[in-house]
Design a protein around this ligand. Structure first.
Ligand SMILES: Cc1cc2nc3c(=O)[nH]c(=O)nc-3n(C[C@H](O)[C@H](O)[C@H](O)COP(=O)(O)O)c2cc1C
Length: 216
């Protein structure tokens, strides 16, 4: 019997290894959150594909990454062995977030659309993980992303419909996330959405439709 393998977003259905999965949660709505629900549904399917995989959750709303201060931006440009005690302390959260990323094989990023972009909590995490010499490098004269061999699933929730149609260009979350993840070396990215949750006629089936669309 012929098996069709083309539906996997990353081009292979050979699911033989245990994976380390990192779930970035950025909605403050807990159990009510559609983006978190969608992310969890992606993870459920990944766990079925890769039995024995582990899941680490980083809730960036609870984590409250500090908006970058002078101490961070100065320290980002200096080699580790020249950091002062204050700089070392200030960089702890960033170092931990970067280590968590390097440890992961698959990253699921759950995000609401806020004001046509990502929430500040998620941007806070990004500001702590995009670091010269750590996740990207200019050493060869051109930018090189240092996070290799990662797969990312974006789980985006919105009241409007942005995957297609007249509002598509108003979504600044997906293009930005794809760009910044690419900047740090991650190019295998699949997007799923629960969208139209504020539109009568669409909202009634938005969650079900989003969950059913997930293929890993
Ligand atoms: C502060 C705020 C801004 C929002 N901005 C948008 C927006 O620009 N476009 C949109 O379609 N929905 C917008 N929404 C609706 C959310 O994207 C929608 O409720 C989504 O389900 C939230 O994700 P969550 O369920 O994971 O919390 C906004 C909601 C809030 C609270």
């Amino acid at each position: 019997m012929l098996t069709v393998l083309s539906i996997c977003p990353f081009g292979t259905n050979l699911k033989t290894h245990m994976k380390k999965i990192l779930h970035i949660v950025s909605s403050p709505r807990g159990e009510e959150s559609n983006s978190t629900l969608l992310g969890k549904s992606i993870i459920e399917k990944l766990l079925a594909q890769y039995p024995g995989s582990t899941v680490t959750v980083n809730n960036v709303v609870e984590k409250q990454y500090q908006p970058l201060q002078s101490v961070h931006v100065v320290a980002y440009r200096l080699p580790d062995d020249s950091h002062t005690q204050d700089q070392r302390i200030a960089l702890r959260e960033s170092n931990a977030a970067i280590a968590e990323l390097f440890a992961a094989d698959i990253i699921v990023i759950s995000t609401p659309l806020y004001n046509f972009a990502i929430p500040a909590a998620l941007k806070g995490w990004i500001d702590h993980i995009v670091r010269p010499g750590k996740t990207f490098s200019y050493q060869t004269g051109k930018v090189e992303g240092l996070l290799k061999q990662k797969e990312v699933y974006l789980a985006i929730a919105s009241n409007g419909v942005f995957s297609d149609g007249p509002m598509k260009t108003m979504d600044h979350a997906e293009p930005y996330l794809r760009f910044i993840l690419g900047f740090v070396g991650i190019t295998q990215i699949a997007t799923y959405r629960i969208e139209g949750s504020g539109i009568p006629g669409v909202m009634e089936t938005a969650v079900q439709k989003g969950l059913e669309s997930v293929v890993v």
